[in-house]
Design a protein around this ligand. Sequence first.
Ligand code: 6R9
Length: 646
Amino acid sequence: MGEAIYPVPESWASGALVNAAQYQDRYVRSVNDPEEFWREEARRIDWIRPFTRVKNTSFHEADFGIRWFEDGTLNLCANALDRHLAERGDAIAILWEADDPTEPERRITYRELHEQVCRFANLLKQQGVGRGHRVTIYLPMVPEAAVAMLACARIGAIHSIVFAGFSPDALAGRIKDCDSSIVLTADEGLRGGRKVPLKANVDEALNQCPGVTSVIMLRRTGADVPMLAGRDVDWHEGVASQSADCPAEEMGAEDPLFILYTSGSTGKPKGVMHTTGGYAVWASMTHHYVFDYRPGQIYWCAADIGWVTGHSYVVYGPLMNGATTVMFEGVPNWPDPSRFWQVVDKFGVEIFYGAPTALRALMREGDEWVKKTSRSTLRLLGSVGEPINPEAWEWYHKVVGERRCPIVDTWWQTETGGTMITPLPGATALKPGSATLPFFGVQPMLVDNDGKPIEGAGDGCLVITDSWPGQMRGVWGDSERFFQTYFTTFPGLYFTGDGCRRDADGYYWITGRIDDVINVSGHRMGTAEIESALVAHSRVAEAAVVGMPHDIKGQGIYAFVTCNAEVEPDEALRKELVQWVRHEIGPIATPDIIQFTPALPKTRSGKIMRRILRKIGENDVSNLGDTSTLADPSVVDHLLANRPAT
Ligand code: 6R9
């Protein structure tokens, strides 16, 4: 079957920030002379003290280290707000749309946002927060979440956002790991017409976190929630008495900006740490070029701030570029599946950036929901979070974008800070399902399992050979783990954990995770995390979790569970375990299938043979490969004979 190719539309080729020839030329310069290239690009940032040193990085054990612009100083909040005040103070910074379409929108100008951030930063200071302190943010998609992030950046505090869909246990784990003494939350969140008891979750989490001395709570729904005297502060009451003057701290380029927990192949989520200077350059530059962003355009990234996409492309990237960024509290299919496109029409959105899982869910509802809206303002579409299947890509292109909008399918990770492999709309011919070509300064390589480079077209493990400014700088609280996790599988190379194919045109096709991470609706889940939640249940002896193909979510969660000897597993226990996992981690970790089994397939040395379980999960059981090293091969027959219907 021939691959579809969509050439750059004429209007884009002539009018874009970067055309094909410029992309080629600048890409080559970016990798041949990174010093010169980045010295130039970093001028997009207002530095307080300009850097003299550009790049000081090594992926090798002997001199491992990643430092960019290291002797420069800056403040990221000032770059996102103060620098715009003179020229665009009255332009809208945040356009907020509530969950409930009948609730009025909020339009916040740069000047107003600046004032709110300064007041809130002063409240944080009054609560004892200063440079380097960790602030946990557990807020829904409301403008105050952006205010909180920017206020931390302003005073040099390090924010750690925990997705508001995570459970009290998951929240507590993240609070303790980074040792934060303050939590920012709301009484309740609102999503798809349902209330999420955020403050109650915080209260429950804090039973495990004696170190937290202060909670600032935003009233979102007005629910009657208990406030603990001496600990809990009402957001608006606290802010009311604060001055609107708050100087921005002078931060070193390599001072930490934020921590964001993400799943890896081991049980405990890692606190991915990003620093200030390189991240600022990377987030603003990628947002500028990938979306071809020009001031005044209405831009909407539909990600939650609880994920890295929300950090870089709802808040930091767009605001550094003086954008009008849409923030949406709700979900794509409530009150009905037109919701996204109604918001596009309401605000005149020109650039829309969303996740394949949402597109697949909307596609299933039929084209009418899209077609009854205008979408005439849309000029560019984006995709992020997981591979987009060509069918969903074509639907996005034809039905949503009416063939007029290029689609930028952006591959990147929490660890990379911003987009890495992506089309540029005026430069790159598109192939549905391919993230296409590397962004400036990104040097991807494919290697086989032994680390041998694959030249030309081929399939392999995706690694990056040299550093880029937005790269993570460490795992919070564990100086060894960063190097161990990313640079030892293939020494001297950054290992992404993704498999990838490169075609004859040099285009990259991400094939998905090749480690024990699964991607559920664009959210990373470590299988080990779900396993440890399952075995924490008193009736479970052992559990193994693998991914399975899922029409909407991309991947679903398939759990093999062995119960304690005296337990007779039944439907009631199955339901109980599903609820248990939801409670332990959060609804995103809900198992799709639980298969009870008297035993798991193990090697004689006792290792679970995940390869076999993965194949069963993928329903690819005709060839299970070599099972001769299994301690008891009959276990596999039993698993196959008792597979639940899907
Ligand atoms: C930004 C983000 C990272 C993992 C990554 C990969 C998958 C993200 C993708 C994609 C194919 C894309 N992924 N974007 N796969 N095409 N355009 O999602 O960060 O949550 O850390 O997930 O997501 O597997 O390794 P994060």
